[in-house]
Design a protein around this ligand. Structure first.
Ligand code: GDP
Length: 477
């Protein structure tokens, strides 16, 4: 163990202790909501908060279904250094005249919801009278995938990143960057313009790998794709060089400049996020756009699996006992959720869940994940579709019906965002492992539907209540 590990551990312990002391008087649950961009974080948080504030139908959320939740309201968030999750703007987008999906997550934000309830136990009733602060922390999943960088040197990261970029399908998208990379001499004198150009081309490669048709997941450094407040900052002007994992940059060289910036990225961006926010979470939901990966093909699926595996090794083992509160907090429950299940007929919802289960189970076999309770779910935080059966050429097709967004196209048919359409999205196979071999590539037909029309009511959803029960249900004893 290195001295920095001990110091970092102490930092967690200090944060944990402070949270723990506060938690005795005011029970608080810090719920992290993450997932790669477009996985559905903003929609999930908006729907979750709306459902609790408006007392939606949530039969599987037991305390709620039994009428023990008495009041829900916003309170000022505890961390003054974080922006507030702009719930009101997101709700306005969904329910306003235009009925559109809200602006996606681009940085970390927070919201505190206080939930009052009738406690069951005598102690709870006397101690805190049935009040829970639910602190929801929304952050890009890209940042979570940066945590392994804390244990890699610049040379190790460079070698791994360059090697991965030489395999298909990454190599196709890395051409411009590779052309520039071969001309770069790592031991030549440091050159700012070369560092900038390399970082620009490398970022271009990462974004191409993230596009819908490629849909790769593990593309660190996360701030290159999701810079948050660091857009355009010099902290992001580095890139990998073609060096061996053992390479030691010479002072004053291009490699030394890159390595210095990489180290600064890890110590000034990755570590503060880890110790300041991530390590203080109690519960976590990881949203996963499984459908896009299935549709993009086997490379996207196996990359998603690798990303889930990396995500899991970030969650430290164990439950939030008093000891772990003092010696460092632990995420106690993690829910992996396949989002946008409403894009499939309900006959495929369990199948979607099983596919995610297979992807996650592979990764949970790793020893470092035992301890935190985890589960998987297929859900739609906001259901934009209904179901219908259509008979075509004597065959019954299980379809979904909704209003496709303007500009969407399927089978040569263009939609203008006004009329409804019935679409047969395709079926998921019964055998989950069969979905992972790439046979579904391009088989699923998705269009983006507009959000449902809700007037003074709550949003329809698929299994949102199950997710809530798993994530926070036990805290209403
Ligand atoms: P974020 O980047 O993780 O914050 O993702 P968003 O929450 O902004 O979601 C990205 C897009 O996915 C939205 O604009 C919607 O088009 C779609 N989406 C998210 N959740 C749902 C859902 O529950 N149902 C449907 N049909 N689409 C969803």
């Amino acid at each position: 163990m290195k001295l920095t590990d001990v110091l970092d551990g102490t930092r967690i312990a200090a944060g944990g202790l402070k949270d723990f002391a506060k938690g005795i008087v005011h029970p608080t649950l810090r719920l992290g909501v993450t997932g790669l961009s477009r996985s559905g974080k903003t929609v999930f948080i908006t729907a979750l908060v709306h459902a609790l504030l408006k007392s939606a139908r949530l039969p599987v959320f037991e305390a709620h279904a039994r009428g023990r939740i008495t009041r829900c309201y916003f309170e000022p968030q505890p961390d003054d250094d974080l922006p507030r999750f702009t719930y009101e703007n997101h709700l306005e987008a969904l329910t306003g005249e235009q009925r559109r999906w809200p602006e996606s997550t681009r940085r970390i934000s927070q919201l505190r919801l206080t939930i009052e309830y009738e406690p069951q136990g005598l102690i709870a009733r006397n101690l805190h009278g049935g009040k829970l602060h639910l602190d929801i922390i929304d952050y890009p999943g890209e940042w979570l995938l940066d945590l392994p960088l804390m244990s890699q040197s610049y040379a190790q990261w460079s070698a791994g990143t360059v090697a991965a970029s030489r395999k298909t399908p990454r190599s196709t998208h890395a051409r411009d960057w590779h052309e520039y990379l071969v001309a770069l001499d790592s031991s030549a004198p440091a050159d700012e313009q070369k560092a900038l150009k390399a970082s620009e081309l490398f970022t271009g490669y990462l974004s191409r790998c993230r596009q819908d048709d490629v849909s790769l997941s593990t593309l660190p450094p996360g701030r290159f794709l999701m810079p948050g407040d660091l857009a355009g900052s010099p902290a992001l002007s580095f890139a990998p060089l073609d060096v061996t994992p053992q390479y030691l940059p010479e002072a004053g060289s291009l490699a030394a400049l890159m390595a210095r910036r990489y180290d600064a990225y890890v110590s000034k961006i990755v570590k503060p996020f880890y110790f300041g926010h991530f390590a203080r979470l109690d519960r976590q939901i990881v949203l996963v756009d499984v459908l896009s990966a299935l549709n993009a093909g086997p490379a996207a699926v196996s990359d998603l699996k690798a990303a889930l595996s990396a995500t899991m090794s970030s969650f430290r083992i164990g439950a939030n006992s008093i000891a772990s509160n003092i010696f460092g907090r632990r995420v106690e429950r993690v829910l992996f959720a396949a989002t946008k299940a409403d894009l499939l007929h309900h006959t495929s919802h369990n199948r979607l869940e099983n596919i995610l289960r297979v992807l996650v189970e592979d990764a949970t076999h790793r020893a470092d994940f035992t301890g935190a309770t985890h589960d998987v779910a297929a859900l739609a935080a906001i259901r934009a579709t209904r179901e219908a059966t259509i008979t075509r050429k004597g065959e019954d097709l299980a379809c979904i019906v909704g209003t496709p967004q303007a500009g969407e196209e399927i089978g040569g048919l263009n939609f203008d965002g006004t009329g409804e359409a019935a679409i047969f999205p395709g079926d998921l196979p019964e055998d989950a492992t069969a979905a992972l071999d790439g046979s579904l590539e391009g088989q699923l037909k998705f269009v983006r539907f507009r959000p449902p029309l809700v007037k003074d009511t709550t949003f329809p959803h698929v299994r949102l209540d199950r997710a809530i029960e798993f994530l926070i249900g036990d805290r209403f004893a």
